[in-house]
Ligand binder design. Structure first.
Ligand SMILES: Nc1ncnc2c1ncn2[C@@H]1O[C@H](COP(=O)(O)OP(=O)(O)OP(=O)(O)O)[C@@H](O)[C@H]1O
Ligand SMILES: [Mg+2]
Length: 780
């Protein structure tokens, strides 16, 4: 249509107008004129409505006009034509103008022929020059046509006008606007072509089908975002299809690729955020400022649905999904956050569980808060760990304090016990005096036991871990326990036959067992059953994490179970603290469990209390397993008689910086028959060896002044004389003790003379009777 020059384009219109004027002049209706012209009624209708007539039709009309004697057309006919008609002679003078022309171009204008793009409304002119040089000009107003043409051309959407062929299964493109050329990656050469050929993707796109339907039914239809593809281009398109009264079908189409991509990107990013939110175990909600739930993650939904009985909490108000009290306090916080625009953070205990809440204002800084994000996280586990940590830090702090005091006391007690015992040996006086001395020794030993427990609690005990068969240790103990606990208490064993060996200090283990048994006895004043059980356990990562400072792994478990009074949770909480006792003054020092605790921890294990009032108590002692060690007999000192010959004449060097204690040790060793020299520092010891020659036994304190400790001293002397026997004395465990040689003995201060005698005999025995199995060490 638009390829046709304007003049020619108007021909159809002019022909139509002329035809109508002639028909009216002849007083015919459309049917009658159609019959006179020998064309069909619908053809005539189309001509009159301006459809361009086929070639030859003008001639048909002329023939009719001639028959009717209407040529040249009478002025009435020409005046009835609404088009402007002007006929000029060869000299340019006006021969005729019709009424329409006179109306549109009055006065001076009448002689001028305006341009097609002339005054508004514009006029499209067509003209014909006759052989005599005269010129016929016919003009019709084109304002609407041009307006719509411009509109069509400048639309941002693509538009194509098509005519149905093959019964509506395909279409001929009759016009295409500029946007259509761009969106369709085509130029105007597609006009006149089949749609299926010019745009081969139309068929799979569904366009042909939809256009066919629209053409048949006259009902407009749209194709929402759909993907178009052919060999030239592809992209997302949206179409609207409708039918014109001319029977043509119009397709208006837009390129929505960017919008689709943006929508997809937005959906993708929404999905990402949603996935992130739902993956969180924290509960996350978005609230309106009045407390309506606007968004919610999976964790929050699950919990709230439990409250609402499965009803979707989205869109509900806070007080519809929370208990009244909780809703009130949350809404108060929400209100604060909305008014202050500040984050609110608090922790709250809800029944047995702890939660942490964050209310975060959402929106631009400086603007009023319309929405608030709420994060809720369960922190019960963290709270428990924090509590445990506090508890163990408290115990450690107390441990440091008591450990320091106990260490000093130890040295003092060592001197007192040693001197008292030497006095006992030398005194041959009355029995009264001996009794007095015995009391003093008993009390000093009791004091030593207390400091020992304190040191144990402070984990500053000098431990001698050995591979121990716990079942044997228990069996050895139960005899003693039956005697000690009395007839009212039945002692039972429940020992796992496949029990792995533990790596613990057997002496300390015995002490711990005795402490536990005595506690059980005190809790069963009316009698009861004490069960000592053993079994292998494996602590997984989670189980180990629940016990403070405990590594996951294999343990042997020693349980001491009583049927006594049990403990309240308050007592359980404090039971390990030193000096915590519920017993009467003088009956309990409150150090028994402290010792057990310190021993277990220092051994690399753990101890747990399980107790319910009236239902007895179970103490669980987790002890580290001895890895890959067969049941090796412990090399322990044989009991030797006081002053027995084994030590006689042996050269012993005593190194101890505390002069009084040194004197006690020297005196004791002389009693044993040794040749003893005492010095105060490592340097003095080295000097003595250099001057006086070889020694048999080095008996040295571990901590020494002057920069070299006892272990380093022993190592130095052994480079010269590898067979020197070594005994260390120590008030408490130190870093250095782990570096001690295997065959050295460790004596805990304060040591009684018999312990010193065992140690000397032990190291000398190990030197002289290497490999000879000796009997088990007796109970301390
Ligand atoms: N088996 C048990 N049954 C009931 N309560 C116990 C048991 N073991 C310990 N307790 C409680 O724990 C407290 C602390 O025990 P711990 O052994 O540390 O000190 P003690 O027994 O009071 O004194 P000590 O052991 O120094 O003589 C006890 O006073 C008692 O209240
Ligand atoms: Mg006790």
């Amino acid at each position: 249509m638009t390829t046709t020059p304007p003049a020619a384009r108007e021909k159809g219109t002019i022909f139509g107008l002329a035809l109508r004027a002639v028909r009216l002049h002849l007083g015919l209706d459309q049917k009658a004129l159609a019959a006179r012209l020998g064309v069909s009624f619908s053809t005539l209708k189309a001509w009159e409505s301006g459809r361009r007539p086929p070639p030859g039709s003008a001639r048909t009309l002329l023939r009719l006009l001639r028959q009717e004697g209407l040529l040249p057309l009478p002025a009435e006919v020409l005046d009835a034509i609404p088009a402007m008609i002007l006929w000029r002679g060869a000299d340019g003078s006006v021969r005729f103008r019709n009424r329409a022309f006179a109306a549109r171009m009055p006065g001076a204008m009448a002689n001028r022929r305006p341009d097609a793009a002339g005054p508004v409304p514009p006029v499209a002119w067509s003209e014909r020059r006759f052989p005599d040089g005269s010129l016929l000009q016919i003009g019709i107003e084109t304002s609407d046509r041009l307006r719509f043409l411009e509109f069509f051309r400048n639309m941002r959407s693509g538009a194509a006008i098509c005519t149905a062929i093959d019964g509506g299964s395909d279409f001929i493109i009759t016009d295409l606007n500029t946007a259509g050329e761009q969106i369709g990656r085509a130029d105007r050469s597609v006009i006149g072509r089949r749609l299926s050929e010019a745009f081969p993707g139309s068929e799979p796109f569904g366009l042909l089908q939809v256009m066919g339907d629209v053409w048949r039914t006259g009902r407009p239809a749209s194709i929402p975002d759909r993907y178009y593809r052919d060999e030239r281009f592809e992209g997302w398109r949206e179409c609207y299809v409708y039918k014109l009264t001319t029977g043509e079908v119009v397709v208006v189409f837009t390129d929505v690729s960017e919008r689709v991509a943006a929508t997809r990107a937005r959906r993708q990013s929404e999905l990402r955020v949603r996935t992130l939110l739902d993956a969180s175990r924290d509960e996350i909600l978005l609230l309106s400022k009045t407390g309506v739930i606007l968004a919610i993650n999976e964790a929050a939904r699950v919990r709230l649905e439990r409250r609402t009985g499965g009803v979707d909490p989205l869109g509900a108000k806070f007080d519809q999904v929370l208990p009244a009290g909780a809703a009130r306090s949350r809404l108060a916080v929400l209100h604060d956050v909305v008014t202050t625009a500040k984050v609110a953070h608090f922790e709250e205990q809800i029944r047995q569980r702890w939660f942490e809440f964050w209310f975060v204002p959402v929106g631009q800084p400086g603007r009023s808060v319309e929405e608030v994000a709420l994060y809720a996280r369960e922190i019960t586990e963290r709270k428990r760990t924090e509590e445990q940590l506090r508890q163990s830090q408290k115990l450690q702090a107390i441990g440091q304090l008591t450990g320091g005091i106990a260490h000093d006391f130890n040295n003092l007690l060592a001197i007192i016990v040693g001197n008292l015992q030497l006095l006992q040996e030398r005194l041959s006086g009355s029995n009264d005096v001996k009794d007095l001395l015995a009391d003093a020794v008993w009390s000093a030993k009791r004091g030593a036991e207390l400091t020992h427990r304190l040191l144990a609690f402070a984990r500053r005990q000098a431990l001698n871990p050995e591979v121990v068969n716990l079942n044997n240790a228990v069996r050895n103990m139960t005899q003693l326990l039956r005697r000690t606990l009395g007839a009212g208490i039945e002692v039972r064993e429940r020992l796992a036959p496949d029990l792995a060996h533990a790596l613990v200090d057997p002496g300390e283990l015995e002490r711990a067992l005795i402490n536990l048994a005595l506690n059980a006895r005190d809790a069963m004043p009316g009698g009861g059953v004490l069960t000592i059980a053993t079994r292998n356990v494996i602590l997984g990562a989670a189980a180990a994490a629940a016990l403070e400072e405990t590594e996951p792994g294999d343990y042997t478990l020693l349980e001491v179970i009583d049927t006594g009074t049990g403990m309240t949770t308050d007592v359980v909480k404090k039971a390990f603290e030193p000096f915590f006792t519920t017993k009467d003054v003088g009956e309990g020092s409150g150090l028994g469990l402290s010792m057990v605790y310190g021993f277990a921890k220092q051994s690399g294990g753990h101890v747990l209390l399980e107790s319910t009032p009236e239902h007895g108590t179970t103490v669980k002692l987790f002890l580290p397993r001895a890895a890959n060690v067969s049941d090796r007999k412990r090399t322990a000192a044989a009991s030797i008689a006081w002053g027995s010959g084994r030590c006689r004449g042996r050269a012993v060097l005593v190194v101890e910086d505390e002069a009084k204690l040194r004197k006690v040790a020297v005196t004791m060793l002389r009693q044993l028959g040794c040749e003893v020299v005492g010095v105060g520092t490592a340097a003095a010891a080295l000097a003595h060896c250099a001057a006086a020659g070889p020694i048999d036994v080095l008996f040295t304190d571990i901590e020494l002044p002057g920069g070299m400790n006892g272990i380093e001293l022993a190592a130095r002397l052994r480079t010269q004389r590898p067979d020197i026997a070594v005994i260390y004395a120590t008030g408490h465990a130190t870093e250095a003790i782990s570096a001690k040689p295997d065959d050295a003995a460790v004596l805990a201060k304060p040591y009684a003379w018999d312990e010193l005698a065992h140690a000397i005999a032990g190291v000398l025995g190990a030197r002289t009777d290497e490999g000879r199995a000796t009997e088990e060490r007796p109970l301390r």
